[in-house]
Design a protein around this ligand. Structure first.
Ligand code: BDR
Ligand code: CA
Length: 309
């Protein structure tokens, strides 16, 4: 298999970090465009630079929009990822710095330079992608694939707005733009993430047997693991890592359904929900391939290698 060529939009974020380690182990990374989300943009950009340093890469990092498109967010995810997004363990300032180019412009330029080559992996609120699409609606024609981590396809979300998942709920208007503009994308949702958690002991064994990447990840993931345990979630959950696995190797998908998926923008109790037309009653073209099951052993092997174990 030739190495996948990835362009990653991200808001690191603990599980973003694991996904990005996977990307460097199993693929080539053309750029990291950075969104606000889990924590504020200054932290997410800094964390992206920390990761580039960690893997000794020279990947350009592009800072994006510091806020959602329309409404201020009701919550971030600092209670999961730490106030600095990386578990508040304290890292020295990274040597890498963000490039001067704005993230949305970089997404457009890189896909123009390499039309049809890059898989776009969206691990964050979709603000940067939506801005890029508004500037140039032909973006989807130049992207090999789009994989989105987002949504809760049966309404079991992870935000204060119960049916909404974080990435979509943080910027519903952006998700609406992206879901309406891409004729076809892979959707890796929160509910799938819960079904594909890792056994805690097995994961700890990888961390103990791994290299400097495992040491790093073992440090930053403690706050998130504790928060998830307190919330009654079982195992080690890594939403963005799951989406990255689908981006790197789509043959890991064992079961999926192609459906029309839309985003609720106005609901008093449901803003940010992903509404799936499971029975095809709207007769609208299926924009999303909703991933329903992955090959867990192969997913685990991919993560383990990314930790050097
Ligand atoms: C998604 O939200 C963020 O907190 C994670 O990084 C992931 O992208 C999970 O709902
Ligand atoms: Ca993320």
């Amino acid at each position: 298999m030739t190495r996948p060529q990835l362009l990653i939009d991200t808001d690191p974020g603990v599980d973003d970090a694991l996904a990005i380690l996977m990307a460097y182990e199993h693929a080539d990374v053309a750029g990291l465009s950075v969104a606000a989300g889990n924590v504020g943009l200054a932290h997410t950009v800094r964390n992206a630079c920390v990761l580039v340093d960690l893997v000794k890469a020279r990947t350009p990092v592009f800072a994006g929009c510091p806020s959602p498109l329309v409404r201020a967010p009701e919550e971030d995810a600092a209670f999961v990822h730490g106030r600095d997004g990386f578990g508040d363990v304290g890292f020295a300032a990274p040597a890498s710095a963000a490039a001067a180019e704005q993230a949305a412009l970089a997404l457009l330029r890189l896909t123009r330079e390499r039309p049809g080559e890059l898989t776009l992996v969206a691990l964050a609120p979709l603000t940067n992608l939506a801005l890029a699409l508004r500037l140039d609606p032909s973006l989807p024609e130049r992207v090999a694939r789009l994989v989105v981590m987002g949504g809760a396809v049966n309404g079991h979300g992870n935000t204060g707005t119960l049916p909404a998942e974080f990435n979509i709920g943080f910027d519903p208007e952006a998700a609406h733009v992206v879901f309406g503009a891409f004729p076809q994308f892979d959707l890796v949702d929160w509910e799938l993430t819960l079904r594909h958690a890792f056994d805690e002991d097995e994961f700890d064994a990888w961390l103990a047997a791994g290299d400097h990447r495992a040491d790093f990840y073992g440090r930053i993931c403690q706050v998130a693991r504790n928060t998830n345990r307190e919330r009654g979630r079982r195992g080690v959950i890594a939403a963005d890592a799951l989406a990255m696995a689908v981006a790197i190797d789509p043959s890991l998908v064992l079961r999926s359904e192609s459906r029309h998926v839309a985003v609720e923008l106005d609901g008093r109790l449901t803003r940010g929900a992903t509404v799936v037309d499971w029975t095809g009653r709207l007769a609208r073209p299926a924009n999303a391939r909703v991933v329903l099951e992955l090959d867990q052993p192969r997913f685990a092997a991919m993560v383990r290698r990314a930790l050097g174990a």
